[in-house]
Design a protein around this ligand. Structure first.
Ligand code: AP5
Length: 210
């Protein structure tokens, strides 16, 4: 399946993408993760992207489009998490897709719930596992229960940056919901629900898309 996951920052796209990938074997192309890895490795892309991410702004389209085009060129199935994020990227995606999209899953959630999610998120800088201090804590305390590294807070999970990311989402990404609805591709899940319930909804909407 060729899937796009869209939703506000903290809606649970990454959490559900990892679970679906683990069960079905679909490769994940998560632009946020790829950009953070590029920053950690201090590649030219990472050096260009870093300031945008710190400010909670979108990284310029040409950089992200190229990153995605290189990754999906040879994939028959994938989960695109965090891309496209504006109309220009959505139009670009249509030109680089090897085959049409199967579905676009929209993780619908209220902004109030998101503040608590992002404030309590902890990530593993080594293996990329994602936790939450109350909703999904690591069984190893402040260490990753998968690889043992010390968990960190993402640098863009600070209150001012979170506010900026919400406003970027409302202005640039939210219009994609109608864009994909008009194309008959949109499948909506209630992302306010607990993780297992969201996952069951996800499986159910994907069944309708096969
Ligand atoms: P990115 O990494 O894509 O961030 P985002 O879209 O803001 O999404 P998040 O990763 O914050 O949230 P998520 O929906 O994956 O939630 P998660 O599963 O972690 O992008 C970061 C930056 O990179 C952007 O700001 C931009 O600068 C740049 N960028 C990326 N893509 C780009 C693009 N295409 N173009 C330009 N720039 C781009 O869950 C959040 C927390 O909630 C976790 O703690 C989790 O454990 C918990 N949780 C998850 N589900 C539940 C649940 N059901 N109930 C309770 N808690 C839950």
């Amino acid at each position: 399946m060729r899937l796009v996951f869209i939703g506000a920052p903290g809606a649970g796209k990454g959490t559900q993408a990892k679970r679906l990938a683990a069960e079905k074997g679909y490769p994940i192309v998560a632009t946020g993760d790829l950009l953070r890895a590029a920053i950690a490795e201090q590649t030219p892309l990472g050096q260009q992207a870093h300031a945008y991410i710190q400010r909670g702004e979108l990284v310029p389209d040409p950089l992200v489009n190229q990153l995605v085009a290189e990754r999906i060129a040879t994939l028959e199935s994938f989960i695109l998490d965090g891309y496209p994020r504006n109309l220009t990227q959505a139009q670009m995606l249509e030109t680089i897709l090897p085959q049409p999209l199967s579905a676009v899953v929209y993780f619908e959630i209220s902004e109030d719930a998101l503040i608590a999610r992002l404030g309590g998120r902890r990530i593993c800088p080594q293996c990329g596992a994602v936790f939450h201090i109350t909703a999904n804590p690591s069984t190893a305390g402040d260490r990753c229960d998968q690889c043992g590294a010390t968990l960190i807070t993402r640098e863009d999970d600070q209150p001012d940056t979170i506010r900026k990311r919400f406003s970027v989402y409302r202005e640039q990404t939210a219009p994609l919901v109608d864009y994909y609805r008009q194309r008959g591709l949109l499948r909506t899940v209630n992302a306010d629900a607990p993780p297992d319930a969201v996952y069951q909804q996800l499986l159910s909407v994907l069944c309708e898309s096969t």
